[in-house]
Ligand binder design. Structure first.
Ligand code: ZN
Ligand code: ZN
Length: 571
């Protein structure tokens, strides 16, 4: 009998290594249990980032005396009854053994109460050594101390207090964004670090997590196909982060990580933002649970989705359209929101009311307003005043003053011209007076030949010429002045760089970006009045006149009001 208990304990310890690797994984398991218990308020208290203590208090349904002890038995779970159910997992936790695993490597105090009985259970190293009746209000409080005290090898893997705390914060923030109807409070060493109100309003939840500078710059998205329904908020390209951590995607209520989804989101921002920066998004995806395979990793974040290409397309097109209809000229006084502004936890309610009043018109179809605004801007009649430092054009219209970056503007014009040319069936070509021969290494040569068609389809005339050498005889006419023949070499390089996993769309986009940059007026180039005028006329005709194709701003606006403010004519 004793032997059996020991081996089970060992199994739990091994499982703990799989499920519990840091304080955040303990928090995750406990909080998911609270959610499954129907809690509407969940409070997580950490000491030293969880290294000393992790306590989770919820107002869920609680357990009776029997369940309170069973909860720590391996494979005990109230959530799965038969094998079939595995395919219809809609609750968050389903592995059952998590609690047993945690209990096997820590000291646990559980106080729980359902309608009629309150119970206190104490467990150390997986052994229940105390069960007593205990007066408590309905819900469960579970306290974990001395994590990994009996597995020193694991203990080593725990990180510093700050890292462990940050992992927990990031996890709770993401979770809170997926459960906007649950109020979460996370404290570390008695300091409140995350607090949401459980209002059921996603934008408000975003506000509580990210603060005013983010919540006031979010755009709503909503779309569906037969298989997928998406909704949520995406940040304007003026609000970006330096990493992908804030691409929050939630599938059927579960926070997930999926690189295909992240790529589709990021691609939709192409040319609207700097490369290497990422937007903040919170997107809920609802789909038939049979299309989702969540069981591929014990931490349950990575998932497989059937028909993911359809989902990618839906995300890409929806985000692109919302950005397109909402992109406006950045105002001169716009706040720089690259910073890591954290919300002021005391004033969030008040701040949120102001955004609701000033930024969002929930009652009205905001979409129509935005489209007409965009069209208005495109009809702008910009009148050039002059050029400064050979780089910027100053222009005005009746209401505002504008500063235009001449290179960025010209690059945008060229980029849109080229991407339009791609779609035309008739191709005009320019023959080179002196064909350009390019020598490559054997592997480059082979990679190039494999993908050569992508260029010949565009109108390039390229022939093989001796060993590892190609010769360019003609190129499409849309490559024009500003682009030196020697630069054709970099087009060949681009084909080779895209190499093995060649993706035609990606290649064509980077080709358009490269060619348009090389063809465009540089900084420090004097322009005549007529040239400036023509440039501005072409710019306002663009689909997105506000950024160069790499996402840098091309035009900045100073309204008369802003000028008056700067000169203190108005206060
Ligand atoms: Zn450029
Ligand atoms: Zn650029």
């Amino acid at each position: 009998m004793k032997i059996k208990v020991m081996s089970e304990n060992l199994a739990n310890k091994i499982a703990a290594g799989e499920v519990v690797e840091k304080c955040a994984s303990v928090v995750k398991e406990l909080v998911e249990n609270s959610i499954d218990a129907g809690a509407t308020h969940i409070k997580i208290n950490l000491e030293a980032g969880g290294l000393k203590k992790i306590e989770v208090i919820d107002d869920g349904i609680g357990m009776d005396k029997e369940d309170a002890q069973l909860a720590f038995a391996r494979h005990a779970t109230s959530k799965i009854y038969k094998d079939d159910d595995l395919y219809f997992i809609e609750t968050l936790g389903f592995r059952g053994e998590a609690l047993a695993s945690i209990a096997s490597v820590a000291e646990v105090n559980l106080i729980t109460c359902n309608n009629d009985t309150g119970t206190h259970v104490h467990i150390k190293g997986g052994n229940i050594d105390l069960v007593e009746a205990y007066g408590a209000s309905i819900g469960t409080t579970i306290t974990i101390t001395n994590l990994f005290y009996n597995t020193p090898a694991r203990l080593k893997y725990l990180k510093s207090e700050i890292t462990e705390a940050n992992n927990c914060i990031r996890y709770i923030e993401k979770l809170a964004l997926s459960k906007e109807n649950i109020a979460f409070t996370l404290t570390n060493n008695d300091r409140v670090v995350v607090k949401t109100s459980g209002s059921g309003n996603l934008l408000k939840c975003i506000h509580e997590i990210y603060g005013l500078s983010v919540s006031s710059n979010m755009l709503e998205i909503k779309a569906n196909t037969d298989d997928f329904e998406i909704s949520g908020y995406i940040s304007k390209p003026s609000v970006l982060k330096k990493n992908r951590n804030h691409l929050n995607t939630i599938v059927n209520g579960r926070v997930i990580r999926n690189s295909d989804i992240n790529r589709a989101i990021n691609d939709a921002y192409n040319t609207y933002k700097h490369e290497g920066f990422y937007p903040i998004v919170v997107i809920n995806i609802v789909t038939d649970p049979t299309l989702v395979d969540v069981n591929i990793h014990p931490t349950k974040q990575d998932i497989k989705i059937s028909m993911i290409e359809n989902l990618e397309k839906l995300l890409y097109n929806t985000i692109k359209k919302v950005l397109y209809t909402n992109i406006l000229v950045p105002n001169a006084l716009i706040e720089d929101t690259f910073s890591n502004s954290t919300p002021n936890l005391e004033n969030t309610e008040e701040e949120f009311q102001t955004i609701i009043q000033t930024k969002f018109d929930f009652t009205n179809n905001a979409d129509n307003n935005v489209i007409s605004k965009n069209v208005e801007l495109k009809k702008l009649d910009l009148y050039p005043i002059g050029q400064i430092h050979g780089t910027y054009i100053i222009a005005e219209d009746e209401e505002s003053m504008y500063i235009i970056d001449q290179h960025a503007a010209h690059e945008r014009i060229n980029y849109e011209m080229i991407t339009k040319k791609y779609r035309e069936s008739k191709v005009d070509i320019t023959n080179l007076l002196i064909p350009l021969s390019i020598e490559l290494s054997t592997s480059e040569y082979n990679t190039f030949l494999e993908n050569k068609e992508v260029l010949t389809d565009l109108g390039f005339v390229i022939e093989e010429f001796g060993i590892n050498t190609i010769i360019i005889k003609a190129h499409p006419t849309w490559i024009n002045k500003g682009f030196k023949n020697d630069d054709l070499k970099s087009i060949i390089d681009l084909v080779i760089e895209n190499g093995k996993k060649f993706n035609k769309e990606r290649f064509l986009d980077s080709l358009a970006k490269m060619v348009s940059c090389k063809m465009s007026i540089k900084a420090n180039e004097k322009l005549s009045f007529e040239e400036m005028d023509a440039l501005l006329k072409d710019l306002v005709k663009c689909d997105n006149p506000y950024n160069c194709c790499h996402g840098r701003p091309s035009i900045i606006k100073f309204t008369s009001y802003e000028l008056e403010k700067m000169f203190k004519r108005v206060i």
